[in-house]
Design a protein around this ligand. Structure first.
Ligand code: PNS
Length: 159
């Protein structure tokens, strides 16, 4: 049984994330989408809301589990007996942060590998932050996020 973990804040999940999930689910028996439950970080959506949106948007993928984690990602990966962490890479600007995280995670857990998947070029400009900004200014995010997320963003920013 080969398990992969795709961690992130997912505040909220975007079509860029969905693309990475669909592609990486094919590489593992089970893919766990691990949502960071970080009380310090100011999120637009609660952890429960983020998990629910991901579950709805990935219902068509059979080998997916969506869970939250607190604390160290490597502890969570060990608990789940996962040997691979998946991260998406968009532009060169992502690289420095991702390298630092991957090296620190390697230091913490020698036996767990971080594997990078290049973003689909259609989504290389996309991030949760930019989606939130557009939605907050009443811009259209229909093509950027799954329909259930677009609805929740509209509700969140409704006057
Ligand atoms: O979507 P994000 O915000 O880029 O995801 C970042 C995330 C959640 C993968 C990262 O912040 C993380 O793994 N946090 C858990 C704490 C941890 O393990 N830190 C040590 C490694 S840097």
């Amino acid at each position: 049984m080969c398990t992969g973990v795709y961690p992130g804040s997912f505040d909220p999940i975007t079509n860029g994330h969905i693309d990475i999930i669909e592609r990486s689910a094919k590489l593992f028996d089970k893919l766990i989408v691990a949502v960071l439950n970080n009380h310090d970080k100011k999120s637009l959506f609660t952890t429960e809301e983020r998990i629910m949106m991901i579950r709805e948007a990935t219902a068509h993928i059979p080998n997916i589990e969506v869970e939250y984690f607190c604390g160290l990602l490597m502890e969570f990966a060990r608990l789940k007996q996962a040997r691979v962490i998946i991260r998406g890479l968009r532009a060169v600007s992502d690289f420095e942060y991702e390298l630092q995280m991957a090296l620190m995670n390697k230091k913490l857990a020698e036996d767990i590998e971080t594997v990078f998947i290049m973003t689909n070029c259609h989504y290389s400009y996309l991030s949760s932050s930019i989606v939130k900004e557009v939605a907050s200014l009443k811009g259209c995010v229909k093509e950027l996020v799954p329909p259930n997320v677009a609805t929740r963003l509209r509700d969140k920013f409704a006057d």
